[in-house]
Write a protein that binds this ligand. Structure first.
Ligand code: PLP
Length: 292
């Protein structure tokens, strides 16, 4: 079930993707058709945006990524001004909460119809204190894709934020079966990729590194904000090809994403990793405090 303050906005979309209206509706009222392709095929895209005291965070990069995911699925280009308005209306209603989130969904619509479906669901965030401070354990899992999958097989939609997250959720369950909290994917040619819902940031030789984005992963909005912040703190950053072997010499790592922000990694498979409590706290204070 959902938080009592949850809010749902439905978007009336034209076949072109234009937002004709945004309506706040009862979050418990039926809202989707049984032939909705979001539900029957996972045929659509989404973004989850964190909200700090009513301010959507990294809004522009989330909207840009929504548009690029939509283009990869040949969906109508989203009307970003209309989507922004829907997000701001949801965020406004959640402004009393320190941390909340809004998930926006754009699908191909009802099977046989001519217009996409769109909605925005928002609610206060859960408690991520333990993940941010004590840290999480991650299990390395083979993703079964070569790192050049995005160019060799674009129909697999690697790098698009599609609604088809059943495999991501299955990976997380496998990680839990292996005694971890989250998964970290590795390509068939041995490059570390991303988690099911987060990017990896790892400290190697004093540099914060993250996997290059041309290996079929999502370009992270949280990782991008964090790297800009790190640069202001004088901490060097870089995109890199990272192998599981590289992870063995890392002295700190984080899984970073909207909503959970920077979850410190305290173990990768069997190997324990130190948690840099001070840096983790500073990262999370910055991420939670963003006003845009
Ligand atoms: N990678 C995947 C597969 C994701 O689903 C997400 C977010 O949910 C991320 C990375 C992190 O992206 P962001 O920081 O923009 O939330």
């Amino acid at each position: 079930m959902h938080h009592p303050d949850a809010v749902l906005a439905l978007l009336d979309l034209a076949p072109s993707g234009r937002v004709d209206a945004v309506r706040l509706v009862d979050p418990d009222a039926p809202a989707l058709h049984a032939l909705e392709l979001a539900a029957t095929r996972g045929d659509g895209v989404f973004e989850t945006i964190s909200i700090g005291r009513g301010h959507p965070q990294a809004l522009r990069p989330h909207l840009t990524r929504l548009a690029s995911s939509a283009a990869m699925l040949d969906l109508p280009a989203p009307d970003l001004d209309g989507w922004r308005e829907a997000i701001l209306r949801v965020a406004d209603t959640l402004a009393a909460h320190e941390e909340s989130w809004v998930k926006i969904v754009l699908s191909r619509g009802v099977d046989g119809g001519d217009r996409p479906t769109g909605w925005a669901w928002g609610e206060p965030s859960g408690d991520f204190h333990a993940a941010r401070t004590e840290g999480i354990r991650v299990a390395l899992l083979d993703r079964g894709y070569h790192s050049d999958v995005a160019s060799t097989s674009p129909w697999l939609l690697a790098g698009a934020k599609t609604l088809s997250y059943a495999t991501n959720m299955a990976a997380r369950r496998e990680a839990v079966r292996r005694g971890a909290d989250d998964a970290l994917f590795v390509s068939t040619d041995g490059l570390v990729l991303e988690g099911p819902t987060a990017n990896l940031v790892v400290r190697l030789d004093g540099v914060l590194a993250t996997p290059r984005t041309d290996v079929g992963i999502l370009p992270g909005t949280t990782q991008a904000d964090l790297f800009r912040w790190a640069a202001r703190q004088g901490i060097p950053t870089r995109f890199a090809s990272i192998s599981p072997l590289d992870l063995q010499r890392a002295d700190a790592a984080w899984m970073v994403s909207s909503v959970r922000h920077a979850a410190a990694v305290r173990a990768i498979d069997e190997r324990a990793l130190p948690v840099d409590a001070q840096l983790s706290a500073a990262m999370n204070a910055y991420l939670a405090g963003r006003t845009e």
